[in-house]
Design a protein around this ligand. Structure first.
Ligand code: DGL
Length: 259
């Protein structure tokens, strides 16, 4: 049975790529809500509604587990999804927090995420549960999702935005930063340029490693089916940035409001 992955847009593709690397024979079904992205500026009620529609669509494709490859949904709606769905549901918070707590040498961790994610305080709470001594600096980064979705990841504007959001984290002395939004790994070159001494944790990839360790590889052909709520043409173009030119997938539009 396939594993389902979803995000508000393209960010979850980094998690999908990692999952495909670790479970190469497992069929994967990806849904990117490109017609309604971004989620991070919306109310918890709206995020909840979108997330349950996204999950309902994946369930209709017969998935055996769901990876919520979206920091915003993972911090705002994960428990509701876990309660309502009959399959295991994984978010990005616990895996990324564990990796960060393991990597930090000085106990100072930064968290970058959308407004909704940082407002929820969920990463900070999880990190403190792992180790109450950790010092956490959280920064909401609302400009970064549009920078990625519009294809400016390698532009000067990306560097300036990343630098602005990283400054308070650098000032706080963090040696490890959780990229709590799955769009942000696409900006990793800029992050490293702005703060070469910091270790950046890709929360989507961390979650993919968690789910891969819980499942044995499927016996399928490792096919990847992508669905989006906006036109597939735009998705195709930008997905190559996330996945690389050689990655093979098919993509179709879905009317998500029907779910
Ligand atoms: N990838 C989503 C996340 O991880 C992007 C958020 C958004 O749509 O605003 O939070």
């Amino acid at each position: 049975m396939p594993v389902g992955v979803f995000d508000s847009g393209l960010g979850g593709l980094c998690a999908l790529k990692e999952l495909h690397k670790l479970l190469p024979d497992t069929e994967l079904v990806y849904f990117g809500d490109t017609g309604r992205t971004p989620y991070g500026t919306r109310s918890p009620q709206t995020i909840m509604k979108y997330a349950s529609q996204d999950a309902a669509f994946l369930m209709s494709r017969g998935v055996s587990a769901i990876l919520v490859a979206c920091g915003t949904v993972s911090t705002v709606a994960l428990n509701a999804l876990k309660i309502s769905l009959p399959v295991p549901v994984y978010g990005v918070v616990s895996a990324a927090s564990r990796e960060a707590a393991c990597f930090t040498k000085n106990g100072k961790i930064g968290v970058m995420g959308t407004g909704a994610t940082i407002g929820s305080g969920v990463f900070e709470h999880e990190l403190k549960l792992i180790n109450g001594e950790l010092e956490v600096t959280s920064v909401a980064c609302p400009l970064l999702v549009p920078v990625v979705e519009y294809g400016f990841a390698e532009d000067e504007i990306a560097y300036l935005s990343v630098k602005k959001y990283l400054d308070p984290i650098i000032d706080a002395g963090a040696d490890t930063v959780i990229l709590g939004c799955t769009h942000f790994p696409i900006l990793k070159n800029m992050m490293i340029k702005a703060a070469p001494h910091i270790t950046f944790i890709d929360s989507g990839a961390a979650a993919a490693r968690e789910i891969a360790s819980a499942f044995s590889d499927g016996e399928g052909n490792g096919a990847i089916h992508c669905y989006v709520s906006d036109t597939p043409a735009n998705f195709n173009k930008t997905a190559k940035v996330f996945l690389g030119e050689d990655f093979d997938f098919d993509v179709e539009r879905v009317d998500i409001e029907k779910y």
